[in-house]
Design a protein around this ligand. Sequence first.
Ligand code: A3P
Length: 290
Amino acid sequence: PDQLSCTFRQIDGITLEKQTCSLWEKIWAFQARPDDLLIASYPKAGTTWTQEIVDLIQNDGDVEKSRRSPIQQRQPFLECSIPGLTQWVKDSADAMPSPRTLKTHLPVQLVPPSFWEKNCKVIYVARNAKDNMVSYYHFQRMNKRLPDPGSWDEYFEVFLAGKVIWGSWFEHVKNWWRKKDSHPILYIFYEDMLKDPKREIRKVIEFLGKNLKEEVLDKIVYHTSFDVMKNNPMTNYTHDKHLNYKLSPFMRKGIMGDWKNQFTEAQNKKFNEDYEKHMADTSLTFCMEP
Ligand code: A3P
């Protein structure tokens, strides 16, 4: 089974929203600027968290400035617009002064070539597959723009088969990992951010070529902690009318190892077998045990 329906189409075998597919030629022709920063991830890997960290770094830790508008408006979403909330990227990004920061969930092979030609910096955030899958399941339950995930057991199979929107988790994380050998990509992990946010934020500061005082760094750690972001209307997606908070919050748990509450023993066994096969050809490793 897959999640293709009248509202979804495929580009090169990757299922994407119909809106993305119908605008595909324009998205592919997107003109990046050399000082653009791209934040890339598989959905539910910690994108919003990384976005807020980056925005605070760019604004030297000025919290008021980072509260100027919802994160979706501060950093346009390359392949999607949210009706009633964000314009299509061409309109919003063209009007933005440099340096711009954009977000994408596209697999690396579908990123518009101009980002590579202009040698734009990219931050890729990855999260272990099991927690990523659980988070994506709950997100699909509450997001009216994505397909109904069905039962957890059904979703488990669909996700493992890579038939979800934005494609296979395995191919996504592996291909981005490979790309960093030939391009300026800072590849970070959700689990590392949880374990030592200060160290990871320092990496981002360095990658962006900024120099911030220790107290500013501490301030950014605090303002991007789960509880603060959950209560911040500019980062918790309460502006997005397509999300049904009665079913699940956007800022749901923000932990590692939640998969243990969701996977059955048999699912875990099957998952581990599949995982080994898919990950045999990469040096990329993840931490799944808290
Ligand atoms: P959970 O559903 O596991 O809670 P994305 O921004 O890519 O959609 O990812 C959303 C996931 O990141 C959600 O995971 C969300 O709770 C988590 N998240 C967002 N901000 C976070 C933060 N500051 N600290 C920890 N987790 C965060």
